[in-house]
Design a protein around this ligand. Structure first.
Ligand code: BGC
Length: 725
């Protein structure tokens, strides 16, 4: 539709119709089985808007959505199509590894491919908008939603956001088989105090701008059509009603002019936060902050009309919001084709198709991280392996926020058996208790059951050459509202490991989890640890490719593994105190009395089945002025006996600055695959732009000394220096 026609349409709408465009109502009002989160606080107010609601979420299926669109439009006074939204976070029915795993792949092109395939499955199933990518920076693995984030580094986070937006939207969200992307959760939702979901966030403006905002901005610059506000207070002000954050930072500074949608009920939640007296005030505050769509709180449905009548909200604010929603519908091409790509025949053909399964398998093997290997992996042909643990049996692999994924579509390790291997659960997945949303309780006789499972496992372990112990968290132990104060493996699984280690110490641990778990006690009992994350629909075959040595692991740690949960929050790019612990025996320095300051596994760490060495850095100059480039070279050599891929990382540190800079920051990386004995020169270019940070000059570099390192993880000492003139 031309812009002029769209303007005419807007002008012709009644006030009720306009408000309707700003009201999103839960999918369960249209069908029984909609998969959505949160409560329905204002069902009555929202239901009045059912015939006019501009969007819904959580309903899926080409036929269903075609029928819904048809009947909705037939009854709508201006026949405006409805938007269908859904959380397509790491796949639709074909589930890819969780976004945290994808961050650890350090491979934006792979993330883009996964998003593209997810968009295709969603598009043919009738979806127009995904609530992804989630770009919240995370430093605290107690928070359940770390699984949805690419991790703790602003650069990785931003490049993944950009890649995923491209994967979902293509060049334009109106293209065939593409959907619109929504950057979330704006802003800093990942910094919840003590890792507790929905908690307050306290951040200095410096920290917010330097670490937390860049990834959202990259996603927006990549063209994301929507942004979602977050649940949290930011320094005392709820994100969904924060004029500085939304009007100033998001709209003015970042120049975002697309649709801003609240999170589920987050406008209404400004009341219990203690920021608004009632829903009416919440609606008033949110619309003044440019929140265009109210996701399911009922505040807009219940109160916008009244607020306009009372003169508290100017109609121009409503028109602006409606305009953005109409523009999005127009970009998606819905005025010409309200069904977009919804197509039952293609849905049948493409959802879970072979190509997507192959991609899921590749993604699972390319994002798993080999944390440790004393030579026990890969398995050698003819070796007798005992696969033991809940994840060697039936535990689900598709992770939280795979809301359409199904366990029965998932290929597990036991479904692709290795010749001669046995597969046994060894114990139940969970300790006594219930995991949020799962309803899984221990059966009455859990102790007897576990005793029998353990006995069986020990017998198998005794007679095996190697034990592949497949342990981890329940998929619903991460995700929304799944914070944990104790991030160790469930006790019953820790016990299994200890018991097995007594009868057979040749143990390779394979961990399935949505967060970096605290593994300090388990690490010494394992000769190898392969971190499989929540690997998705093809987790079994993907990890099997690694365990059997068909491929070599190449993922890296996207989020520091703490030695103890007491170290959290942590990240490699921290500041240095005035008393750094250079000598751990020295008193009165920055250190814990009971654990080292360092992580168990640092950011960027990841092994393969070969070994790499890196030469010292060779650089062409020792100083640069703005506009100049320093070229730094290293030689990477595969000194092992197998092919492998190294992720070579460049870190920079500004030695002194007007604001203290992190001890090191990732500035670039390159992935390189080499054959045994092969060597390759890698070139990194350092420029003034890479040295900028928020300071009194805005976003600028400061002259002086810099250190830099090129290594295979953040904890490298392969360093050098230069000066910025
Ligand atoms: C989550 C969002 C999600 C929304 C819709 C909320 O509970 O925080 O990430 O997009 O629900 O499902």
């Amino acid at each position: 539709m031309t812009e002029q026609k769209l303007r005419e349409l807007l002008d012709d709408l009644s006030l009720e119709e306009k408000i309707g465009q700003l009201v999103q109502i839960p999918g369960w009002h249209f069908e029984d089985s909609a998969a959505v989160t949160g409560g329905d606080t204002q069902a009555d107010a929202q239901l009045r808007y059912k015939p006019l609601a501009g969007s819904t979420l959580g309903v899926l299926g080409a036929e269903k959505l075609r029928a819904l669109q048809e009947s909705y439009m037939a009854n709508h006074p201006h026949h405006i199509p409805m938007l269908f939204m859904l959380d397509v976070v790491h796949g639709l029915r074909t589930v890819f590894p969780i976004p945290l795993a994808q961050g650890g792949g350090f491979d934006p092109a792979l993330a883009e491919e996964c998003a593209r395939a997810a968009a295709l499955e969603a598009a043919v199933s009738g979806i127009h908008v995904t609530f992804a990518p989630m770009c919240d920076l995370v430093r605290d693995s107690r928070w359940g939603r770390v699984m949805e984030s690419p991790g703790e580094d602003p650069l990785v986070n931003g490049l993944m956001a950009q890649a995923m937006v491209k994967g979902f939207q293509g060049e334009h969200c109106g293209e065939k088989d593409r959907i619109a992307a929504c950057i979330k959760h704006f802003a800093a939702y990942g910094a919840a105090v003590a890792g507790l979901d929905y908690q307050n966030v306290e951040l200095s403006e410096q920290t917010l701008r330097e670490f937390y905002l860049p990834a959202y901005e990259k996603g927006i610059r990549a063209g994301a059509e929507l942004v979602m506000t977050s649940f949290n207070l930011l320094n005392g002000v709820p994100a969904s009603g924060n004029p500085w954050l939304l009007n100033q930072v998001l709209r003015r500074e970042m120049g975002f002019d697309g649709v801003l949608i609240s999170d589920w009920g987050s406008i209404g939640e400004m009341v219990p936060h203690g920021y608004c007296a009632d829903l009416k005030e919440a609606a008033e505050k949110a619309i003044h902050c440019g929140v265009d769509i109210d996701m399911c709180s009922g505040a807009y449905a219940g109160h916008l009309q009244e607020l306009i009548a009372e003169g508290k909200v100017d109609i121009s604010l409503i028109d602006r919001a409606v305009w953005r929603v109409l523009v999005l519908k127009n970009k998606l091409g819905l005025f010409e084709n309200p069904f977009k790509d919804a197509d039952a025949a293609r849905e049948k053909e493409l959802v879970l198709c072979k190509a997507h399964r192959e991609l899921a398998r590749r993604a699972a093997r390319e994002t798993a991280v080999l944390l440790k290997n004393d030579g026990i992996l890969p398995l050698n042909p003819g070796e007798k392996a005992a696969f033991i643990g809940p994840f060697a049996a039936d535990a689900p692999l598709h992770g939280g926020w795979a809301i359409v994924g199904r366990d029965e579509d998932t290929v597990k390790l036991k479904d692709v058996p290795i010749e001669g291997a046995v597969y046994l659960p060894g114990c139940t997945l969970l300790d006594n208790g219930m995991v949020y949303n799962t309803g899984s309780y221990w059966e009455e006789d859990h102790e007897a059951k576990n005793a029998a499972l353990l006995q069986q496992a020990l017998e198998a372990a005794k007679s095996a050459d190697k034990v592949i112990l497949c342990l981890g968290e329940h998929r619903m132990q991460t995700g929304e509202a799944a914070s944990r104060a104790d991030t160790r493996l469930p006790g019953v699984q820790r016990n299994l490991l200890e018991q097995v280690a007594r009868v057979n110490p040749s143990i390779a641990l394979v961990i399935f989890s949505g967060r970096p778990l605290e593994l300090t006690e388990q690490e010494p009992l394992a000769k190898a640890i392969l971190y499989g994350w929540m690997p998705g629909s093809e987790g079994g075959p993907g990890l099997n490719d690694l365990l059997t040595g068909v491929c070599s692991p190449k993922g890296s740690v996207p989020m520091s593994f703490p030695r103890s949960v007491g170290q959290l929050p942590m990240s490699y790019n921290h500041m240095r105190s005035g008393r750094p612990a250079r000598n751990p025996a020295q008193p009165f320095v920055t250190r814990y009395l009971d654990v080292p300051n360092t992580p168990l596994y640092p950011f960027g760490h990841g092994l393969g089945y070969t070994e790499f060495t890196l030469s010292p850095i060779r650089q062409d100059r020792s100083a640069i002025a703005p506009g100049e480039t320093l070229t730094a070279k290293v030689t990477l050599t595969n000194t092992g006996r197998r092919e492998g891929t190294a992720t070579v990382q460049l870190y920079i540190h500004d030695v002194t600055a007007s604001r203290v800079r992190p001890v090191r920051e990732l500035a670039a990386w390159q992935q390189m695959t080499l054959n045994p004995g092969e060597e390759r020169e890698l070139t990194f270019q350092l420029r003034e732009e890479m040295l900028r940070f928020p300071n009194a000059q805005g976003f600028a570099s400061e002259k002086g000394k810099f250190e830099f390192w090129i290594g295979l993880c953040s904890d490298t000492d392969n360093g050098s220096g230069f000066e910025l003139l």
